[in-house]
Design a protein around this ligand. Structure first.
Ligand code: NAD
Length: 317
């Protein structure tokens, strides 16, 4: 990957894809941005709209509606194509519809000679990332799901509010499925270098384990609550995708809870799941294996078992 011309192709120019594109533009996070959608007219209109804002941005980004052939020299192909989760619909219900969409996308992208990194946001995101891994034949490092990146950002924001600390000084992760079985390993949650559980003990009752449980429930239910209020969620995930994109282009080796394929880490194999990973120009460089407690490891295994079960339901014929 050269950093001469940072090229991103977005496939699926709906709410999520365009929130990502808009955030890329505002953060000047790439040099060339191609918009692809089954609805070509929509992709064209979106490209026009963004281009008309270029004069107000500090960016010289080249933006246009394109096709799969444009993936050939792209560094990142971000996929947010599919159908959004409806109110009351589980992420798993989306699976069969979105699996069919991906079958129509991954083949043409690979056929274009794309040699960059897939960044997957479509839900159920862990499964869609694993479908992409399987259909593309790419190494795991180059197929990344957004995983629990957004959930982790929500957690850090809420913990920051709870402890009255800047979220940047909160080090805590949401792990597992991006969905109902996700969990927070509290033994690994720190404010500065102080464990939050110690902070709670020393607070004289002002902060408590109950408060932590409430926060993890709020994080888990945040997506559903936003969907109930405004039908879908998109700004947060768009910004999470830009964060991952910047870690790749900047060769940052930042730790992000993306979805990756476990190959022995945490004692698990062949399952895409959200875990802290070092992300840089190579994509997922390394999985960080945290020292989880027995209870946390049980939660993690439960989440992996659920994802394995769902992935088995996917038909590849
Ligand atoms: P949307 O309906 O607004 O957009 C989907 C777009 O995909 C549409 O423009 C549609 O034309 C396009 N599309 C459909 N089939 C296609 C195909 N075969 N080829 C190319 N384009 C195709 O939906 P949205 O709100 O943008 O959500 C997109 C996905 O992102 C959903 O699966 C949603 O659940 C997911 N999402 C993920 C997260 C996360 O944390 N990972 C957060 C929010 C939403």
């Amino acid at each position: 990957m050269s950093n001469q011309n940072r090229k991103v192709v977005v496939i699926g120019t709906g709410f999520v894809g365009m929130s990502y594109a808009y955030a890329l533009l505002n953060q000047n996070a790439c040099d060339e941005l191609v918009l692809v959608d089954i609805d070509k007219k929509k992709a064209m209109g979106e490209a026009m709209d963004l281009n008309h804002g270029l004069a107000f941005s500090g960016s010289h980004m080249k933006i246009y509606a394109g096709d799969y052939a444009d993936c050939a020299d792209a560094d990142i192909v971000a996929i947010s194509a599919g159908v959004a989760q409806k109110q009351g619909e589980t992420r798993r219900d989306l699976l069969s519809r979105n699996a069919a969409v991906f079958k129509s996308i991954i083949g043409p992208v690979v056929d274009s000679d794309f040699s960059g990194i897939f960044l997957i946001a479509t839900n159920p995101v862990d499964i869609m990332a694993q479908i992409t891994f399987k259909l593309s034949g790419f190494p795991r490092s180059r197929v990344i799901g957004t995983g629990t990146t957004l959930d982790t950002a929500r957690l850090r924001y809420m913990l920051g509010e709870y402890f009255g600390v800047n979220p940047r000084n909160v080090h805590a992760y949401v792990m597992g499925e991006h969905g109902d079985s996700e969990f927070v390993p509290w033994s690994q949650a720190l404010v500065a270098t102080k464990p939050v559980l110690e902070l709670c003990e020393e607070s004289g009752g002002n902060q408590s384990c109950d408060g932590m449980i409430q926060i993890s429930n709020e994080v888990r239910n945040a997506g559903a609550k936003i969907i109930e209020a405004k039908k879908s969620t998109y700004y947060g995930i768009g910004m999470a995708m830009v964060r991952i994109t910047k870690a790749i282009f900047g060769n940052e080796s930042s730790v992000l809870t993306v979805s990756t394929l476990l190959q022995g880490e945490y004692g698990r194999n062949n399952v895409y799941v959200g875990v802290p990973c070092i992300v840089n120009r190579n994509g997922v460089e390394k999985v960080i294996t945290l020292s989880l407690t027995e209870t946390e490891m049980a939660r993690f295994n439960e989440s992996c078992d659920i994802l394995e079960g769902i992935f088995k339901e996917v038909q590849f014929d």
